[in-house]
Design a protein around this ligand. Structure first.
Ligand code: NHR
Length: 204
């Protein structure tokens, strides 16, 4: 969330203006960053609702107050119901810390290390009711190094998350993303642009 706010301030999101920052956690770091940037913030505590449907409806209502064109999940850790996802169909994005469809769900860095993969990374995708399986917009790959632990690997992936999420948001805002048959097309980009693969030569 902090990175997206900083990106917007730096003009990296094109014409986009961040209209609100909402969280289910009052202690989310991004809320402080948002408040400091004079962006309206809100907290919708999931524990205050008796079902996922009720929480999702309250969250969706809080989002709609700001009438956003695009909704970005950033570190959001509650699985969203079909009703929520449908309400924001085609304008709800997530960034996931793995090269999907590998390692959907939680603990992706631990699982990547346990499997011994040599390539890991992150994925920005449209959110669908099927967790971490929506159409993919952009991915970044990073090497897994022999000495990596969860923290070092997570940090290498995070640096790429910070690069590709603002880029995907900018493409959306510029109207360059189209969806057909479950695949995303990015208008006016080099073919390779939606795959970021830095430093695969070996250094960190
Ligand atoms: N909701 C839908 N419908 N589809 C997606 O693709 C979603 C989603 C909600 C969140 C982010 C996701 C991630 O990229 C995300 C994608 C939380 C969990 C999870 O298991 C899984 C994936 C993601 C976020 N959450 C537990 C739950 O019961 C709670 C875990 C916790 O609180 O620590 O909701 O990683």
């Amino acid at each position: 969330m902090t990175r997206l706010i900083d990106a917007a301030s730096a003009g990296e999101l094109g014409e986009a203006e961040i209209v609100a920052a909402l969280s289910n956690r009052a202690d989310a770091e991004g809320l402080k960053t948002a408040a400091a940037a004079n962006i309206p913030t809100g907290v919708i505590e999931h524990r205050a609702y008796k079902s996922r449907e009720d929480f999702d409806r309250a969250l969706a209502d809080a989002i709609d107050v700001h009438a956003p064109d695009l909704v970005l999940l950033a570190g959001f850790m509650r699985i969203l119901t079909e009703g929520f996802v449908r309400r924001f169909d085609g304008r709800l994005l997530n960034i996931h810390p793995s090269l999907l469809p590998l390692f959907p769900g939680l603990d992706t860095h631990r699982r990547a290390l346990a499997e011994g993969v040599r390539l890991h990374g992150c994925t920005v995708h449209f959110v669908t009711p099927c967790l971490d399986h929506g159409p993919i917009i952009i991915q970044a790959a990073v090497p897994v190094l022999d000495d990596d632990d969860e923290n070092s690997l997570a940090a290498r992936v995070l640096a790429e998350e910070h690069r590709i999420y603002p880029l995907a948001a900018r493409w959306f805002v510029e109207g360059r993303l189209t969806l057909a048959e479950g695949r995303v097309r990015v208008a006016g980009e080099q073919r390779e642009a939606a795959l970021i693969a830095p430093l695969l030569g070996g250094q960190t």
